[in-house]
Design a protein around this ligand. Structure first.
Ligand code: GDP
Ligand code: MG
Length: 735
């Protein structure tokens, strides 16, 4: 038997899943996407029940990868893999929104029970829910549970098993609605096709669901005719919004009447109180910046308590401490292996020590910092703060042409750009969707973090490394704003859609699920580094150890890689980092970064292993390997190098995702062009502004003047049109 857990995000699915499956759970990916697929087993006596944790969704419309995954799984007909029952988790503190999904799940006709979760909070708030009455109104078993305290779990499973035996007919609220005639007519048409899930298909055809329409193209003309015969002037003939309205109406008049809210809801007032501060009109953004800075400070600062200000020995931040520790451990490992290989041929030593170990070690040693970053991101996510960030940033970005809805997928890109880009599916406004795909790489992902970390740990260690890392994230956001303004003024003109969002109540993050999540990340990261990165590292080693005549070369500059990339180096000379003897190595790193961003550091790691002696000549420089290699760069050149990697074309996987979402070749090449151009221009400006103070100052003054004029114009104090000639506004155009 197989049970699928379905429900809104944050309804407690994962908590319940972990309770039910314990140690049997394992995580994979849904085919073709990076959304987690969690599966486990619940043991009931001698029976084994498979449990699937579906991604969190608000509806069964095909607007996000999560929704598509969940519904494809629920409706799949493969005998081995189809769920026998849906456990629909409903957050009892948020009944109306959660039951919206329930009304859609009921249309599939798959046996179902409702796990009414968070009952502890309901009780604490002094609210009550008449479970028996609710059950009678919905027509399926409703079991109150508290996933956190494991209350009600046994009853949930018992009733679920009984529900599978009892079977279930599909039901829809449309049947007894004011458009029941339309529904019956459409259903009759669908029934002629003899397909599965007739009720679901009929409802989705009425809603105008794209995927279903594509699957039943021959039915579409008939259905369109039926719908046109019954115009809905109240809803501009938009059946999708009509059905959504009817669902909510049905819920509020038939279902949610069975709950009584206490007059004073402590949890809500606490949330409201916190929101007064955290989403404050003026303070919201500064608070967000302070929180982000604190995070970077904990992860990257070499002088955690600012002790050096008082002339004391600085203490490293926890992130730096852990990184040093892992670095030392792996250094000892590498030395041991190098020692064991002492009698082997030179090329074997070089391949294993410089190539493989050098590259992998360079990336892996930043894992502690990467994990800390993910830990903080997932705490922000779980507490409900991330949703507020979209809300706060909406106010800032709206003026520049992007709504908070488009920022939600972009915030995901701080973790990984691939799911972020895929989540842009949820944006209904086509122009906004394309803009946010273009902006995705600017939101620095986890794989780029080792690049910032390696610079923070070497070149900038005593110079405020955490400011540099923070600066990179900030540069990404600032660039995103700039590019949005330009796109909105040129190819993607149009108005900014409204943004309405229900903010979830604040939750305390749960230690166990967070740790589990982190553990999954560790495994995923190690796999990725050892399989993908190691393979690529070996190729780089080969290309940079042998000449075109396949002889092992002493001087890396004579290798294939050396000769080819020296030919391309001139392109990057204006950006500063390609100058000097080692310059071409940074160019190679930029190119390998197009495969995966971890490759940037891995590549530098390989090169630094091969050239350490050469650079260290004279023994002047502190540290070995990478530190020495990076110190070949001037500070502005280092910043230009980081900026180029941040803003240019993202990794292959992200380009693939963007290609899928942009849907045509022209848009994709356009996006790639924009990425390259942005990266080049910004790095160019940063390098020259940093190298010559008077260039920096001139640019700074110009920027300040533009921003001041813009603000004054925005506030209506001066009119830019008066200074720069009259631009016709909309009204004059209409006349
Ligand atoms: P998912 O997004 O549906 O997987 O939800 P999670 O399982 O991650 O839970 C979201 C948050 O709700 C977490 O912080 C949980 O600790 C919390 N939570 C889950 N179940 C309960 C419950 O029964 N009572 C309370 N008070 N909190 C819960
Ligand atoms: Mg979850």
């Amino acid at each position: 038997m197989k049970f699928a857990l379905a429900g809104n995000p944050n309804s407690g699915k994962t908590t319940l899943f972990n309770n039910l499956t314990g140690s049997t759970a394992h995580v994979g990916n849904w085919p073709g996407v990076t959304v987690d697929k969690k599966e486990g087993v619940y043991k009931r006596g001698t029976d084994k029940i498979g449990i699937i944790d579906l991604p969190g969704i608000y509806s069964l419309s095909p607007y996000s990868p999560e929704e598509i995954i969940a519904r494809n799984y629920i409706l799949n007909d493969t005998p081995d893999d189809a769920p026998d029952l849906i456990i629909n988790i409903v957050d009892a503190t948020n009944l109306e929104r959660n039951l919206y999904l329930t009304t859609q799940l009921l249309e599939t006709g798959i046996p179902m029970v409702i796990a009414l979760n968070m009952m502890d909070v309901v009780e604490k708030n002094g609210d009550t829910i008449d479970v028996k009455a609710l059950e009678a109104a919905i027509g399926i078993p409703v079991i109150p549970i508290c996933a956190l305290k494991k209350n009600g779990i046994k009853e949930l499973i018992d009733k679920s098993v009984a529900a599978v035996k009892a079977g279930k007919m599909p039901t829809t609220i449309l049947k007894e609605s004011k458009i029941s005639d339309v529904y019956c007519e459409v259903l009759d048409e669908v029934k002629k096709r003899n397909t599965k899930h007739e009720v679901f298909v009929a409802v989705k055809l009425i809603e105008g669901d794209d995927l279903i329409k594509r699957a039943y193209t021959d039915l579409v003309p008939t259905i369109t005719a039926i719908l046109e015969k019954n115009p809905q002037p109240d809803h501009d003939n938009d059946y999708e919004s009509l059905v959504a309205d009817m669902r909510y109406q049905y819920i509020s008049s038939n279902l949610s009447i069975h709950q009584t809210k206490a007059t004073k809801n402590t949890n809500v007032t606490r949330t409201e109180k916190a929101d007064k501060v955290l989403t404050h009109k003026i303070w919201g953004i500064p608070i967000f910046i302070v929180i982000m800075f604190a995070v970077f400070h904990i992860i990257f600062s070499g002088d955690f308590l600012y002790l050096s200000i008082y002339g004391l020995e600085p203490i490293e931040a926890p992130g730096v401490y852990l990184q040093t520790l892992v670095g030392e451990l792996s250094g000892m490992g590498i030395e041991a292996i190098a020692g064991a290989l002492e009698n082997q041929a030179v090329w074997v030593q070089s391949l294993v020590v410089d190539g493989l170990l050098g590259g992998i070690d360079a990336v892996l040693s930043f894992m502690p910092q990467m994990l800390l970053l993910f830990l903080f991101l997932s705490i922000m996510e779980e507490t409900g703060y991330m949703a507020r960030v979209a809300f706060i940033l909406d106010r800032a970005f709206r003026n520049f042409g992007l709504s908070g809805r488009a920022l939600l997928p972009l915030l995901m890109c701080f973790g990984c750009g691939v799911p972020g880009i895929m989540a842009t599916k949820g944006l209904e406004n086509e122009k906004e969707r394309k803009i946010s795909i273009i902006l995705a790489p600017f939101f620095s992902c986890g794989a780029k973090m080792p690049i910032w970390a390696v610079f923070a740990a070497t070149l900038f260690l005593e110079r405020g490394g955490e400011f540099v890392v923070f600066g990179m994230y900030f540069l990404g956001i600032a660039t995103a704003i700039l590019v949005t303004i330009i796109l909105r003024k040129t190819i993607y003109k149009g108005s900014v859609p409204h943004f309405i969002m229900e903010l979830p109540n604040y939750h305390r993050p749960q230690v166990r699920s967070t740790l589990r999540h982190l553990w999954d990340k560790v495994i995923h990261y190690i796999k990725r580094v050892t399989l993908v990165i190691a393979g690529a590292v070996v190729i780089i080693w080969l290309l940079s150890s042998f000449s075109f005549t396949f002889t092992f070369v002493e001087d890396i500059g004579d290798s294939m890689m050396g000769i080819i990339s020296k030919g391309l180096t001139w392109l990057f000379i204006p950006l500063g980092f390609a100058m000097g003897d080692q310059g071409w190595m940074f160019v190679v790193a930029v190119f390998t970064g197009l495969i995966a961003k971890e490759m940037v550091v891995a590549t530098l790691g390989v090169f630094s292993g091969m050239t350490a002696d050469e650079i260290l000549e004279g023994g002047e420089l502190a540290g070995t390997g990478i530190a020495a290699l990076l110190s070949a760069l001037s500070i502005p050149a280092a910043i230009a190098f980081m900026a180029f990697n941040l803003l240019s074309v993202p990794c292959l996987a992200a380009v693939g995702a963007a290609s899928g979402e942009l849907r045509n070749k022209k848009s994709l090449w356009g996006a790639i062009g924009i990425w390259l151009l942005t990266a080049y221009v910004i790095s160019f400006v940063l390098y020259w502004a940093g190298t010559y103070w008077w260039i920096g100052m001139t640019l700074g003054i110009i920027a300040a003047v533009i921003i001041t004029l813009y603000i004054l114009n925005y506030k209506g104090i001066i009119k830019l049109s008066k200074i720069f000639g009259k631009t016709p506004d909309k009204k004059t155009l209409q006349l």
